[in-house]
Design a protein around this ligand. Structure first.
Ligand code: F3S
Length: 401
């Protein structure tokens, strides 16, 4: 591959894999079973990124393992109804077409593990989306570093990744024990905890002790926890005592670890909410669920809490297209739409041109969403429980506690 026997596109892929291996001191390559590529929104890629992808496809590069994509900057089918411009839609479609030519499955989601891409314990993969990386390492016990867009694609094209970092046993041991001494039950509590721990841990591996059963499933709770830690810090792997596959015994924690005690989530709720609460700014334009992309159970939870009430603000639940289709089959899509909400597929509000769609204020129970929306999408954010967000959607204003 490196000598170009399999064409210039494959050679370019292997050059990237080998260069990363040299930088990080890898001693061998590992075969990867699947790849998840980030950097899909035209808003982030721009013309330079689009040209890079197109050129790689022109060079004959094709993925050789199952490869899915991160969310794009718009719903690939309903973009017009959502208010996206023709210009943005044309460019975003060109990006998707370039990925199609490279052989990727153009399923655009940050939760591929909810639609059948479920790597096994110890399996090597190359995933790029930070929340998915955290989930696949921690909850599924597979192994990936936090890949960049080009390096994930290089792994897909060569079927290999350099075996360093979290591919190796010795780097999967926790160095930070987190003692949770306050109630953590709601989805937004898990996000708040993740926000605090991510800031303290940075790229260390935390080991959680003292977590009780969440209100929602562990899948939903851990997806929120990991996404938040990857956003406020750079945590790509964590363990939860007695829950995650590599935390069946305390061997996973180094003896000389540090300990972080968390006994109050309020600082996170304060930090994730915009400071100003003037009457004008309590108005909510959009309530956003599904960051990371929602499961069927999360959609059902929003339907249950809406209880047939019509919304005053816009309400979006972002999800993988397959999950949207399942929601339709189960009548959940119809229930959301009857209340005036939408299940939006393929996209993420953080990488979409949200201001161009006319939104200024957004409420979400996602700590990752609340961390990134102000800086990436330029909207003012309210962060709270799913119940608060549903109330905000129904009344059009952020409920004061
Ligand atoms: Fe997914 Fe976007 Fe949130 S990629 S995790 S919906 S910020």
């Amino acid at each position: 591959m490196l000598h170009g026997d399999m064409g210039p596109g494959v050679r370019k892929g292997m050059e990237i894999v080998v260069a990363l291996g040299r930088i990080y001191g890898a001693r061998r390559l590992a075969p990867v079973r699947s790849v998840q590529v980030a950097g899909v929104s035209y808003r982030n890629l721009g013309e330079a990124g689009l040209a890079f992808l197109s050129e790689w496809a022109d060079q004959g590069a094709r993925v050789r393992v199952p490869t899915t994509l991160n969310p794009a900057g718009m719903d690939l089918q309903a973009w017009r109804a959502l208010g996206f411009s023709e210009t943005f839609a044309r460019r975003q479609r060109a990006v998707i077409e370039a990925f199609e030519r490279l052989g990727a499955r153009t399923t655009c989601t940050c939760t591929p593990y909810l639609i059948g891409h479920v790597p096994g314990v110890g399996e090597h993969v190359a995933w790029a989306e930070s929340s998915a990386v955290s989930y696949v390492n921690s909850v599924l016990g597979a192994r990936t570093n936090r890949e960049g867009g080009p390096s994930a694609l290089a792994a897909a094209i060569t079927g290999r990744t350099a075996a360093y970092g979290l591919h190796l046993d010795e780097n999967r041991i926790a160095t930070l024990r987190v003692d949770v001494r306050c109630p953590v039950h709601a989805l937004s509590d898990f996000g708040a905890l993740g926000y605090l721990v991510g800031k303290a841990a940075q790229n260390r591996v935390p080991y959680f002790v003292g977590l009780d059963a969440p209100d929602d499933s562990w899948i939903t709770a851990l997806k929120a926890l990991g996404a938040a830690m990857a956003a406020s810090g750079a945590v790509a792997l964590y363990h939860v005592a007695g829950i995650t596959p590599e935390a069946r015994s305390t061997d996973v924690l180094v003896p000389e670890h540090e300990t972080l005690v968390v006994d109050d989530l309020q600082p996170a709720y304060v930090a994730l909410n915009a400071a100003s609460v003037s009457k004008h700014q309590r108005a909510i334009d959009l309530v956003w669920f599904g960051c990371p992309h929602a499961s069927l159970a999360e959609i059902a939870g929003v339907v249950r809490r809406l209880d047939g009430r019509r919304v005053k603000s816009a309400l979006w639940i972002t999800a993988a297209r397959d999950v949207r289709e399942q929601a339709e089959a189960e009548g959940l899509l119809q229930a959301i739409e009857a209340c005036g909400g939408r299940i939006v597929a393929d996209m993420c509000a953080v990488v979409a041109p949200m201001q161009e769609l006319g939104f200024r204020t957004l409420a979400t129970p996602s700590a990752k969403g609340a961390t990134y929306i102000p800086s990436h999408a330029g909207l003012l954010v309210r962060y709270g429980t799913v119940e608060q967000c549903v109330e905000a959607a129904v009344t059009g204003v952020w409920p004061l506690r």
